[in-house]
Design a protein around this ligand. Structure first.
Ligand code: ADP
Length: 624
């Protein structure tokens, strides 16, 4: 619709442009005809104006050719009703001097007059197109009425007064000629039905009779009578009424159609408005839909990208439309797939599967290249590690072998040494040599220490090869602790062991091994004691467990070391190995024994303030 309106506007302007051009041409033609009139008049007066006349005739002809090409209804066949169709004939008469100067002037004046009336024509525009022809026909009819009116009055005047007849009639003839050109113009320009109506009216009314009368009046002057005047007045009046009726009918039809056109345009304007509103609504809806759809897609992509940026993978991103957003989604899907692939590859490499292939996405794939390098480095490292591990395992195996064999081999001679030392000590008692006796006792103490070390080594190798056996029995833990403390009293020197027990619970366990744990706790408490030589042993029950604690006020152990002292061969660095002999096996064996009895072992300690070692074992419910 907008296009249609624009086209109409362009057509309208085009018509005005053409109209202006045509008017300019008509004006030029009028100017040239004026020159022709002047030089023809001078030529008629035998003046030597012929060359100028010919010059202007050429110009006149060229302008007429231009106008003849116009397709506009305004000047359709214009020569027929502007006297110009008889221009060649007039020129012939002028050239052969067969006409009067008056005739020359009349001819050119009439032609110029008629051309002037054409110029005032309104240009056809796109809206008026359907009624334009009738509008022009109506205007021509109006002109005919005007001129017929002049003729009617003049002729009546001449008939009635019979005065100045020749002069008045002469002027009226010219007016009549003009009137007839309008009739011709009507035949050229009006629609067939208008011409048909006009012919009917002409025949039916007195118009034809009037015209016949006028023709005879102007061609053959006769005696005029005043009865003619009355007759003329009557028939010319009827003719004018007939012409006016046709003009009014045409005018009415034009008016009705004009109103229709106006209504159509008004409706079309409203239609355009509705159409525009609908279009705006549709466009708004579409834009809203498109924007929200794009927003939704972009949100999904953002969500996916955020997840990827946080390291997630395996996103369930749907395939999107084939536009730029779809391409973006495909890229994110690709990134996700690649991430997943790289993660799986890295995972495989992490698990030691070095056969997995790292596929590079392009030459610029820095991540892929790095993972490839990492894989090679890890492969190298893993093979080195395997080698070292094998060597270490071999070493450990050989160490354990060595300790096993050494402890076995040492056990027998040390046992013999112990026996002989004991025998010698018994002999000493008899001889009462105090110096030798003291030496032998020291030897015995050292053999005891050596035995303890060998026993620890033996136990450790048994634990290693699974030969550490437990002979379980039901016994009172309190009794075992009392016995162990009593057994150690000889070697106590200035240590003081305080035992508090609130439990007489019995446990089902290997008595010797549990005794070994208590002994170890006490030995360590003594070994790592400070000036405060007190050792507080407590036995209590907690739920269905019996808990034994051995508290000393010695050096204490820092937290980091606390976790490690139960490891095999672990000894706290910085301790003077000479002052505190040992192999770092005692607590390892203790842990092993307690865990095998479904118990727990641990400690609380603070550097410089002492330690509290504890173990707990399940109480055996004795049925009485
Ligand atoms: P060791 O025979 O060397 O004493 P253990 O396994 O019995 O071996 O003890 C491991 C380490 O724990 C010791 O070397 C010692 O440093 C530390 N330790 C054990 N008991 C105590 C304690 N009561 N006070 C301070 N340190 C202790």
């Amino acid at each position: 619709m907008i296009y249609r309106e624009k086209s109409q506007k362009v057509e309208l302007i085009g018509n005005y442009v053409e109209h202006i051009q045509r008017s300019a041409n008509i004006s030029e033609l009028i100017t040239e005809l004026s020159y022709e009139r002047r030089y023809s008049y001078f030529y008629g007066l035998k003046d030597s104006a012929y060359p100028s006349l010919l010059q202007h005739r050429i110009k006149t002809d060229s302008i007429m050719r231009i106008l003849g090409k116009s397709k506009s209804i305004t000047i359709k066949d214009y020569k027929n009703y502007t006297f110009l169709d008889s221009l060649p004939a007039i020129r012939g008469l002028i050239d052969s001097c067969k006409t009067t100067t008056n005739n020359i002037i009349d001819y050119y004046t009439n032609a110029i007059f008629r051309l002037n009336t054409l110029e005032s024509e309104i240009p056809a525009n796109t809206f008026l197109k359907p009624i334009y022809q009738d509008l022009i026909a109506q205007r021509i009819l109006a002109q005919m009425i005007t001129y017929f009116g002049i003729i009617r009055t003049n002729v009546f005047n001449v008939l009635y007064t019979k005065k100045d007849m020749s002069e008045t009639l002469y002027e009226t003839v010219e007016v009549y000629k003009v009137y007839k050109t309008y009739e011709k113009e009507l035949f050229q320009k009006a629609a067939p039905f208008v011409i048909h109506d006009f012919n009917v009216i002409k025949k039916a009314s007195d118009l034809q009779i009037g015209e016949v009368y006028l023709d005879s009046l102007f061609n053959t002057p006769k005696n005029l009578s005043s009865s003619d005047a009355n007759w003329w007045w009557k028939i010319s009046g009827n003719s004018m009424t007939a012409l006016r009726n046709q003009q009014l009918a045409l005018w009415k039809s034009v008016d009705i159609r004009m109103k229709e056109i106006y209504q159509q345009e008004k409706d079309s304007k409203n239609e355009t408005l509705v159409f525009l509103l609908i279009a705006i609504l549709l466009v708004t809806f579409f834009v809203y839909y498109a924007v929200s759809h794009i927003h939704k897609l972009l949100s999904e992509l953002k969500h996916a990208a955020t997840k990827i940026s946080k390291g997630a993978s395996g996103l369930q991103l749907k395939k999107m439309s084939g536009d730029i957003i779809g391409d973006l989604a495909d890229c994110i899907i690709d990134i996700d797939k690649n991430n997943l692939m790289i993660a799986q590859t890295a995972n495989q490499i992490g698990k030691g599967n070095f056969t997995v292939k790292v596929k590079l996405r392009s030459e610029e794939d820095l991540l892929g290249i790095s993972i490839k390098r990492m894989k090679n480095a890890l492969q190298e490292y893993a093979s080195q590690k395997d080698k070292i591990q094998k060597e270490t395992e071999d070493l450990v195996y050989r160490r354990d072998e060595f300790f096993s064999i050494a402890s076995h081999e040492l056990k027998t001679p040390v046992t013999s040494l112990k026996a002989y030392t004991q025998l010698m000590l018994m002999d000493m008692k008899a001889t009462e040599d105090s110096q030798q006796k003291d030496m032998l006792e020291r030897m015995d103490t050292q053999i005891n220490k050596l035995t303890a070390l060998i026993n620890n080594l033996l136990d450790t190798s048994k634990i290693n090869n699974g030969h550490f056996v437990y002979n379980k029995e039901l016994f009172s833990l309190k009794d075992l602790i009392t016995e162990t403390i009593d057994g150690m009293s000889i070697n106590l020197s200035d240590h003081e062991i305080i035992f508090n027990s609130s439990s007489t619970a019995k446990i089902y366990a290997d008595r010797d091994r549990i005794g070994q744990v208590i002994y170890n706790f006490l030995t360590n408490a003594m070994k790592y004691a400070s000036e405060d030589k007190r050792i507080i042993v407590t036995l209590k029950e907690e739920k269905n467990m019996v808990v034994c604690t051995v508290k000393d006020f010695g050096k204490g152990i820092v937290v980091d070391e606390q976790k490690r002292i139960f490891e095999r061969f672990y000894r706290i660095s910085g301790h003077n190995l000479n002052t505190f002999p040992g192999l770092g096996l005692g607590l390892f064996i203790c842990k092993e024994i307690i865990q095998k009895h479904h118990g727990k072992i641990g400690l609380e300690s603070e550097k410089g303030k002492g330690s509290t070692f504890h173990f707990e074992l399940p109480i055996e419910k004795v049925m009485n």
